[in-house]
Design a protein around this ligand. Structure first.
Ligand code: ACM
Ligand code: ZN
Length: 757
């Protein structure tokens, strides 16, 4: 190992691995039940065991038998009122009062008593998680488990437009949902890049809209876009949809179909261009984004088409809810369209937002007249929410709060926490993903019920849902990689009482899930154990941060001298000081002397601003919020923008840095993120001023050019000046302009570091 040099700038690192925990004795049930008691001894399921179920529970008995056969290799006889050893299934709404609840008893015989048939399936899945294969049968520990869900709505979404997933994968997905007690599958069937459900009245949806000419390669932020030149597509026939619905029904999973409108409609328009404002021609989109060509809200033929489509959808799907999208609909075409403008006049609407509301309300009324209820993304609040509609709050929690205050129901689908197309690891070698950073721990520990909501309105928050958008999921394997284990964490948050949630306990149980996941043919990512860091203390001119891993019996070894950590490198334990000029901290997990997993790398950049006293006006709170020290902690944010290093201003700000004593400055700078595709815009200008008394300031530099589509490391050399105080003002870009992603909303102005040298 190279000798460490301790330099004037010290970097202190605290490392943690969790080798000390006591091994819990509890079976690895996920979601963790409301109450569970375990006894000494086992019930045995064998050739001598029958399933004791009345005729009206024959489907649940068959479901249990189907699972048991996978493990036993044979089916159990189903006999009502038997004297044999049995697994008895029954419904008792007095004994089990909560919807979807069940009581599982194992004491030689096994009995699952449920409030309803979905509850029985949940109890059966718990039994399946409890049993272990032994010679000639299955062993189930003696147990009494009382269980019911926290939220009535527990969903997972899947986008099959950006990439198409065949029926066998959808069945695996449903197996997974059932295993972890989800009750809703949100099937995102239509979007700009492909229409995926057969509609018999409109055959061109199959022959044209289901296909795109080619698909972009890499991330959409990489310009110019590159394409693979391969025709891509597919759709589910109505027979296949029925097969999926049957499979879901056996598991008591509701399938909510989503037919997107008025935006995300380019694939539909490619087949029926007369439904767009300009009448085309259009092509199914070949890259990812939000597109201006949407359904024309002025033409009655649009509504005829959508009603016909929905008629076929309703005939297929027994779900009470139909999802009609409503998100990300640019108004560009509507503003220029005589039909749309005519509609605004005749309906006495004040603008295009109200036209969207008109559109959604008209379709909602149509569905309501057919006895259905409507769900939409939170944009359906804009311009007036249709009566009775349920809101999926994806742009934060505000949509849910607003909906609840209006007496509507809402589901938490927040993009920062429940979008599983976000990166789950900060390691650079992760496969390309949409953006953002939503690690397993974030999913698990995020509190889905916002503090800002009045307690009396909480019953309007029906539940939570994870989203799996598929732009960057070209294969089943990549979809599973992003889904698992995050969906399992979400399942536990959705089902288990908040008081029972414990991340370490969850990880212990999660690690035991691989065999059961293997049975449904899915593998989970294990990168949740990789090294992460947090900062909490930054001293002037030095860094101090913690390295963590949740992997038991592993040590973290690290270097900061440019070498690669090996089994003789320093072990992180407690506070460590290393040489701390600018450089890269490298760390690796070692177990039994063997390196594990990927290398952790954290570049740091220590300068005169590092650790200085800083005050900032208009400092935001929340995900992109303070503390102000983030701006001078020596660490720059990565392109995974919610990595906790970026401050996202929504206003002008003024920062004052006190260097503690007079210092000579020759260069100033800042790191900014220019991600217009993510509503993140750079500042219009940063102005740097100096002062020796903190009162009278002189301007020394302006930074106003941030051309990089990504992280801009803006620097400016200045004639040498002496100063104790540096003031930096940031000019916010305001509202996102028309034609850009998120047009009309406030831009987030992302800054991660101020540099003074
Ligand atoms: C969404 O992510 N556009 C709902
Ligand atoms: Zn129009």
């Amino acid at each position: 190992m190279k000798k460490l040099i301790v330099l004037p700038f010290l970097m202190a690192t605290i490392c943690q691995a969790y080798a000390q925990q006591q091994e819990p004795v509890q079976p690895a049930l996920i979601p963790v039940p409301v109450k569970a008691q375990y006894g000494q001894g086992y019930s045995v399921i064998s050739k001598q065991t029958a399933i004791d179920a009345p005729g009206e529970l024959k489907y649940e008995a068959a479901f249990l038998n189907g699972l048991a056969r996978q493990y036993l290799g044979y089916a159990l006889p189903v006999i009502a009122h038997t004297n044999r050893y049995s697994i008895k299934l029954s419904i008792d709404t007095l004994l089990v009062r909560e919807p979807e609840g069940y009581l599982l008893e194992s004491n030689g015989n096994i009995r699952i008593t449920a409030h309803d048939r979905p509850g029985l399936v949940h109890g059966i899945q718990t039994l399946r998680q409890l049993w272990a294969v032994q010679k000639g049968g299955l062993r189930v520990p003696f147990a009494t488990i009382v269980d019911h869900p926290r939220f009535p709505y527990r969903g997972m979404h899947l986008d099959v437009s950006r990439h198409f997933f065949p029926v066998p994968f959808i069945k695996q997905y449903l197996d997974l949902l059932s295993l972890y007690k989800f009750n809703t599958f949100h099937w995102h069937l239509t979007d700009d890049q492909g229409w995926r459900i057969e509609i018999k009245k409109y055959p061109k949806l199959q022959s044209i809209a289901a296909w795109r000419e080619e698909t972009m390669i890499g991330h959409k932020k990489e310009l110019p876009h590159r394409f693979d030149g391969k025709r891509y597509g597919g759709y589910y026939t109505q027979e296949q949809v029925k097969e999926v619905l049957q499979y879901a029904a056996e598991r008591h999973i509701t399938v909510i179909p989503e037919i997107e409108m008025p935006g995300h409609a380019q694939a539909a328009l490619s087949a029926y261009p007369e439904l767009g404002c300009t009448s085309g021609p259009y092509k199914a989109a070949t890259f990812w984004g939000v597109f201006d060509d949407v359904f024309c809200a002025g033409k009655d033929s649009t509504f005829t088409f959508l009603q016909d489509v929905l008629d076929e959808v309703i005939a297929l799907f027994p779900s009470q809810f139909i999802h009609i999208g409503g998100d990300e609909c640019p108004k560009t075409r509507w503003r220029a369209c005589p039909h749309c403008q005519q509609r605004i006049q005749t309906e006495k609407l004040s603008n295009e937002e109200e036209l969207q509301s008109y559109f959604m309300q008209r379709v909602t009324k149509y569905l309501q007249a057919k006895g259905k209820s409507v769900i939409g993304w939170d944009e359906i609040l804009e311009g007036g929410l249709a009566k009775g509609a349920t809101v999926m709050s994806w742009r934060g929690t505000g949509g849910a709060v607003e909906a609840a205050r209006m007496g509507h129901d809402a589901i938490m689908t927040t993009e920062d926490d429940y979008y599983f197309d976000h990166y789950q690891s900060l390691y650079p070698s992760e496969p390309v993903a949409a953006g953002g950073y939503t690690p397993l721990k974030e999913v698990y520990t995020y509190q889905p019920l916002p503090d800002s909501i009045e307690p009396s309105l909480l019953p309007h928050i029906k539940g939570i849902q994870g989203q799996l958008w598929s732009e960057y999921l070209p294969t089943n394997e990549q979809a599973a990689y992003m889904l698992l284990p995050r969906a399992i964490a979400l399942a536990e948050v959705a089902w288990s009482p908040a008081a029972n949630l414990n991340y370490d306990g969850f990880l212990y149980r999660l690690r035991k899930q691989s065999p059961i996941l293997k049975r449904i043919g899915l593998a989970m990512a294990s990168n949740f154990d990789e090294i992460t860091y947090t900062t909490d203390k930054v001293l002037r001119g030095s860094l101090s941060f913690h390295l963590h891993s949740s992997l038991r019996e592993a040590v973290i070894r690290y270097t900061s001298d440019g070498s690669l950590p090996d089994k003789s490198s320093r072990v992180c334990s407690g506070l460590v000081q290393t040489g701390g000029r600018n450089g890269v901290l490298r760390a690796r997990l070692f177990r039994n002397g063997m390196p594990m997993g990927r290398m952790f790398e954290l570049p740091y950049y220590i300068n005169k601003a590092t650790g200085a006293d800083i005050t900032v006006t208009n400092l935001p709170s929340g995900k992109y919020g303070g503390p102000a020290l983030k701006l001078v902690n020596g660490l720059s944010g990565s392109h995974r923008f919610n990595d906790s290093q970026w401050v996202g201003f929504t206003n002008n700000f003024e920062a004052v840095i006190d260097l503690g004593s007079e210092q000579t400055l020759t260069r100033v700078g800042a790191n900014l993120l220019n991600y217009a595709w993510q509503r993140m815009w750079p500042t219009v200008a940063l102005e740097f001023y100096i002062s020796d008394n903190g009162t009278n300031y002189t301007k020394i530099a302006t930074l106003d050019n941030f051309p990089v589509n990504g992280i801009n490391q803006a620097r400016k050399t200045v004639p040498a000046v002496k100063a104790r105080y540096v003031k930096i003002t940031g000019l916010h870009p305001g509202t996102i302009p028309a034609g850009k992603y998120g047009a009309g909303s406030t831009a987030t102005m992302m800054i991660s570091e101020f540099i003074l040298e």
